[in-house]
Write a protein that binds this ligand. Structure first.
Ligand code: PLP
Length: 421
């Protein structure tokens, strides 16, 4: 079913032709395509229920509020979280910024340390540089090994030496596909936890679309994700926050205005005691939340365990095929850490072409109707560290098939012809 023609036909855009060739969409780590059900859910909302939420007593406002709350519940449930633990944001970037403004700015003091890594997307990197400027905290970076895996030994050392308050790490790298073990990271944190807690933020932008996530089992304090990478619309994502941090006020609102208040007096404002409402400042993008809930339902029906399995097969197939092309050097893990263990890689395969610049590779593939991404994928620290100017990345979704990877391989053959002539 996954990757089948039948499933592809549920995504209207996939029937497009590009340069007279059927579209082969392999740029899913940048954004995924949307099934008809998601598009219809958004359209139905505007056609039948549109009104502002929470502030009206008329029928449409009631309906809109109900639909918004139901959708929030669906999204939270999909992630194994309570609805109150879900803060709707525009995307993962805004979610991580939310932790910066709503947590770090009032918790961190001069001399405190934030740990992040060399493999981060800029969204989980630049934000912390800025927090350090504002608070006087220091940023420490955990390195990667030659296969693009996080150096857990370095994380341990840093936890031993520094007064760390926050560890902010990516779950699945958008550049190398490396899957970080949250379990191992948490074990290290717990071993080094002293009087003040060390909080863990997981950037789940690339794990949410590819593996089952249960926020409570994951054990992180914060988990950020983007709806548009998991078949939902653009403009909506979320931040999951452990309830205890919300109840204690350790995580506090960072956007202020209407909707999130209980009472406003000239001298002071009391925020809404309802955690779910305390973080909704202003009019939310209800239609997009409805669309994301439809995407979560769609993924749930397909079964995230099967999706992960499908993705793993595609990764292994792509690695096998691409490694047969002499000009191509894969970046990121290609062999599992121990024999018999699963390869710790999901979602994408990125590579260097020894003879041709990544942008030329992408352009030639585009002429064949194949959409891939080239560049630094918002991971400049990692690219600079390895001395890669730009890499080409192919990335997968539920509709990707092995045939799509075969088309990619044929497209890469074309590169040889173009550059020979
Ligand atoms: C690992 C990772 N983190 C964060 C982001 C930022 O996502 P968004 O642009 O949707 O905020 C991305 C986007 O590619 C990503 O891959």
């Amino acid at each position: 079913m996954l990757g089948s023609q039948m499933l592809k036909s549920q995504f209207p855009i996939l029937s497009r032709y590009i340069n007279d060739k059927p579209l082969v969409y392999l740029d899913n780590a940048a954004t995924s395509q949307k099934p008809q059900g998601v598009i219809t859910a958004i359209s139905n909302y505007y056609t039948g229920h549109n009104a502002n939420v929470h502030r009206g007593v008329h029928r449409l406002s009631d309906e809109s509020t109900a639909v918004f709350e139901e959708s929030r519940n669906t999204i939270a449930k999909f992630f194994g979280a309570d609805s109150q633990e879900l803060i709707i944001t525009r995307n993962a970037t805004e979610a991580i910024n939310g932790v910066a403004y709503g947590w770090a700015d009032h918790i961190l003091k001069e001399g405190d340390v934030i740990v992040t890594s060399l493999m981060e997307h800029h969204a989980n990197f630049v934000v912390w540089q800025e927090v350090c400027k504002r608070t006087g905290a220091k940023l420490e970076l955990v390195g990667v090994d030659e296969n693009g895996r996080l150096r857990l030994d370095e994380l341990r050392q840093k936890l031993e030496i520094f007064p760390i308050k926050l560890v902010a790490l990516v779950h699945v790298s958008n550049a190398t596909g490396t899957v970080n073990s949250v379990k191992k990271i948490l074990q290290l944190i717990k071993q080094h936890q002293k009087d003040t807690p060390i909080r863990l933020l997981i950037d789940g932008a690339q794990s949410a679309p590819h593996m089952p996530i249960n926020f409570h089992q994951l054990g992180a304090d914060f988990y950020a994700f983007s709806g548009h990478k998991m078949l939902g619309p653009m403009g909506v994502g979320g931040l999951l926050v452990r309830k205890e941090l919300l109840e204690s006020g350790e995580m506090s609102p960072w956007l202020f205005g209407g909707g999130m208040i209980f009472s406003v007096l000239p001298a002071q404002t009391e925020f809404n005691p309802d955690l779910a409402e305390r973080f909704v400042a202003g009019t939310p993008d209800v239609a997009s939340v409805v669309g994301l809930a439809a995407a979560c339902e769609y993924l749930y029906q397909l079964d995230m365990r099967k999706i992960e399995q499908h993705d793993r097969e595609l990764v292994l197939y792509a690695l096998e095929k691409l490694q047969q092309i002499p000009e191509i050097k894969i970046i990121g893990p290609v062999k599992s850490l121990q024999t018999g263990q699963q390869l710790d890689r999901l979602g994408s395969v990125a590579f260097l072409h020894q003879a041709v610049h990544a942008h030329d590779v992408a352009q030639i593939l585009d002429s064949e109707g194949i959409a891939v991404r080239s560049g630094h994928h918002c991971t400049m620290p990692l690219h600079n560290y390895f001395g890669w100017q730009a890499t080409t990345r192919v990335s997968f979704q539920v509709y990707t098939s092995k045939n799509d990877i075969d088309s990619l391989v044929r497209g890469l053959e074309k590169i040889k012809q173009v550059f020979k002539s």
